[in-house]
Design a protein around this ligand. Structure first.
Ligand SMILES: [Zn+2]
Length: 292
């Protein structure tokens, strides 16, 4: 039986590789800084001309005190300009060089007749896409919610037909669990799910490999939200690092309660919540960019 250590190891490998998009960010940052530098140089030359011009001005020569005042005001102008330049430099380096982190949000065991819609509303408000691993028996009861999830641009994964632990099933039964759910999802969305998540994360690698062409997606952060309070879930989720896959559940009131707080935290801390396929796309782009 496979626990998901190898999957976590793969993700950590991506976490340790440095940002690929940072290349473009750095380039942009340097270009803007160069423009600022050039702008300052032009203004500096202009200031020098202004000083020379006023030095030659007979009126000023007659009044040395006025000249001194003029020089000091020019010096203050220089000081203000370079202070502004430093502030802009610091702001730009903070914005352009900061790495954007990506984590995948996953919601299991849905659709839930009440909380799935609440989750969708919150995700919409924060403009976030997530992955919903749906169970066939729930899909049969609430097909309209599956449609809603799909139409809002979220991703749907297969979480078996009736949420049975695969390690207790025969190969034939596992196949049936996966295929039956695939058909239900495909009937509603017109699309076969790419990903499969075994209930409880437990399965025999060898048998599953032969039974499904889906990619098996587990998680790196289990919020254990069914058993925990909203603040405990929050504490777990904020440990997330770039590349993490966070496991939550569709029918848990405390998850719905804490979700806006989590998404606000992500926003403030330069973490973007995405679906599993978005995360995989970003990781492969990073991989190819860093291996240039
Ligand atoms: Zn489950």
């Amino acid at each position: 039986m496979l626990n998901h250590k190898s999957q976590i190891a793969n993700l950590k490998q991506y976490q340790n590789t440095n940002v690929l998009n940072s290349k473009q960010f750095r380039l942009l940052g340097f270009r803007i800084l160069n423009l600022f530098g050039a702008w300052n140089l032009v203004l500096g030359i202009w200031d020098l001309f202004a000083i020379c011009y006023h030095s030659c001005n007979s009126q000023l020569k007659k009044f040395p005190s006025l000249l001194v005042t003029h020089y000091s005001s020019l010096l203050s102008l220089f000081a203000i300009r370079y202070l502004l330049f430093t502030i802009c430099y610091l702001l730009l380096t903070t914005c352009c060089f900061a790495q954007e982190n990506f984590v995948a949000l996953t919601f299991d065991d849905g659709p839930h007749p009440y909380y799935t819609r609440k989750i969708l509303e919150i995700l919409d408000r924060f403009n976030v896409k997530a992955t919903f691993f749906l169970v066939g028996t729930q899909i049969e009861k609430y097909p309209y919610l599956v449609k809603e999830i799909f139409e809002k641009g979220h991703e749907i994964g297969n979480h078996t037909y009736s949420h049975k632990r695969l390690i207790f099933l025969t190969d034939e039964q596992i196949k049936e669990q996966i295929l039956k759910n695939d058909l239900l999802i495909e009937k509603i969305t017109g699309k076969k799910p790419l990903y499969f998540r075994p209930p409880g994360g437990r399965y025999y690698f060898k048998s599953l490999k032969n039974l499904t062409r889906h990619e098996v997606i587990l998680w790196t952060i289990n919020t254990d939200d069914i058993k925990k309070s909203a603040s405990q879930i929050f504490k777990d989720v904020i440990q997330a690092r770039d590349g993490d896959i966070i496991l939550m559940h569709s029918g848990v009131p405390q998850t719905v309660k804490v979700l806006p707080r989590i998404l606000r935290f992500f926003k403030r801390n330069n973490i973007r919540a995405v679906s599993v396929s978005q995360l995989k796309k970003i990781q492969s782009e990073r991989f190819f960019s860093t291996s240039d």
